[in-house]
Design a protein around this ligand. Structure first.
Ligand SMILES: NC(=O)c1ccc[n+]([C@@H]2O[C@H](COP(=O)([O-])OP(=O)(O)OC[C@H]3O[C@@H](n4cnc5c(N)ncnc54)[C@H](O)[C@@H]3O)[C@@H](O)[C@H]2O)c1
Length: 438
């Protein structure tokens, strides 16, 4: 099939590339001319493991191309995916302007009947708005489909190629048939291809993210309780995660969730609920716990030192999670702001997000070190914010020799508390008081 993907970001580029990989002819379109130029020149604008190789292969085999021109992209297109951003608007609701602008442009440039698929995360009722936008400009028939995306940055290719399930909201037989054909290669291991109505598909995406965010905030609240009661949250986590009704994923306490999805999607659910007269109390707490958790590192360090003024603090990890360069709503931003606000000097290191961080903290005096051990030179404390693999087994002897004082704050509970303490460090973990006492 001839497929267009509008929006060549984390979701659009992965979607387009994976469909090309199964043999379709895909054009990825973006309004950001620099991004398209870079892709045409063989570059990849984002860090996503495995993506570069896949893009290169499909470009070479002429199944994948890039453009800023709707006319060029939509020539003969049978399916058009909308994968543009839906950032939070002023009142917390998702801002639909990019989705609707894309829909109007798609409509204007249709050359034949087309299935238009909304892959962006959009509020319930958006498919109807997309249909209206298309109807304003289209001279050919179209079917609107909702196909929310569940990929995780850092594992996006694998998630797309081997999804747990695919959710598709349809209102027509044609939409259903085209989606069934497109996804057939990805659900060969009998993963469910769940067809449902448009509104339910739209809400399913938000419900999934809200549930995952709730699990994280639940565990962060439990970690706070552990600290006060002298229990160890890691042991509690293992204890409950082994219950099949609960399961292990997303039970890790830490410095709060961030990224381009959870915070905005939690807010969007609350706003959608408010608009229909429902106060989604639970999610208000989820958000409040998360805000508090993002202050955990700075508060612990302030308590330890009395004041952060004049202290040098090293930060390991800036991306909102490992294996991505994405810093949208990353807890590291709150941590660094908090440190700077307290009068500390910050020396930070991230394996791939340093370029993004340099733009974010330009002119603020944050030193972006070349490596993890350069970051800790002369540091009074080290904070682990993002648990990249390379931080999991630090050379404690080298660390101690390089730092000014041996204080580590493990915001992801990945270090062995007893071993770290035995090496002469003061160790703080999230909700790990029992180990400290024992
Ligand atoms: N990033 C994720 O992990 C993830 C996962 C699942 C769902 N989502 C959802 O997918 C959507 C896209 O997210 P993303 O992270 O890929 O965003 P992104 O910001 O990385 O990419 C969006 C792209 O759309 C382009 N764009 C904006 N308006 C356009 C227009 N009118 N025409 C063409 N291009 C346009 C932008 O230039 C940008 O390159 C969002 O709704 C998001 O909530 C994201």
């Amino acid at each position: 099939m001839r497929i267009v993907v509008v929006g060549t970001g984390y979701v659009g580029l992965v979607t387009g590339t994976c469909f090309a990989e199964t043999g379709h002819t895909v054009v990825c379109l973006d309004v950001d001319a620099r991004k398209i130029e870079m892709l045409r020149a063989g570059g990849i604008p984002i860090y996503e493991p495995g993506l570069e190789e896949l893009v290169k292969r499909n470009v070479k085999e002429h199944r994948l191309s890039f453009t800023t021109s709707y006319a060029e992209a939509l020539e003969g297109a049978e399916v058009a995916f909308i994968a543009v951003g839906t950032p939070p608007g002023e009142n917390g609701e998702a801002d639909l302007q990019y989705v609707l602008a894309a829909a109007e442009e798609i409509g204007r440039h249709l050359t034949r009947a087309c299935v238009v698929v909304d892959k962006s995360t959009v509020p319930v009722g958006s498919a109807e708005k997309v249909a209206e936008a298309l109807a304003r400009t289209a001279a050919h028939p179209f079917d609107v489909v909702s196909n929310p995306e569940f990929l995780k940055e850092g594992a996006a290719i694998d998630d797309f190629m081997r999804p747990d399930r695919v959710v598709v909201g349809v209102a027509s037989e044609r939409g259903r048939a085209v989606m069934a054909e497109l996804y057939a290669p990805f659900v060969r291991a009998e993963q469910p291809l769940l067809f449902m109505d448009l509104r339910s598909a739209e809400l399913t995406k938000y419900a999934a993210n809200a549930m995952l965010a709730t699990r994280i905030s639940f565990m962060n609240e439990m970690a706070a309780l552990c600290e006060r009661l002298g229990a160890d949250v890691d042991q509690v986590r293992r204890g409950i995660g082994s219950d099949r009704r609960i399961g292990h994923p997303f039970l890790f306490p830490g410095v709060g969730f961030g990224g381009s999805c959870f915070p905005k999607d939690v807010r969007a659910v609350m706003t959608m609920a408010r608009h229909v007269g429902l106060d989604f109390d639970l999610l208000r707490s989820v958000e409040r716990v998360n805000e508090r958790q993002k202050r955990w590192l700075v508060e612990k360090a302030t308590k330890h030192f009395g004041s952060l003024a004049g202290k040098t603090i090293a930060v390991w990890g800036l991306a909102f999670k490992p294996k991505t360069d994405d810093m949208r709503e990353a807890p590291a931003i709150n941590v660094i702001e908090g440190l700077l606000g307290g009068g500390a000097k910050v020396r930070a290191y991230d394996p791939v997000a340093a370029g993004v961080a340099a733009r974010l903290f330009d002119g603020r005096g944050v030193v972006l070190a070349e490596g993890p051990y350069e970051a800790v030179e002369g540091a009074d404390a080290l904070m682990l914010v993002t648990e990249w693999n390379e931080f999991r087994q630090p050379d404690l002897v080298r660390l101690k020799a390089t730092m000014r004082s041996p204080v580590v704050l493990d915001g992801r509970n990945v270090w062995d508390a007893a071993k770290t303490r035995a090496a002469g460090f003061t160790y703080y973990g999230v909700g790990r008081n029992a180990a400290e006492m024992g």
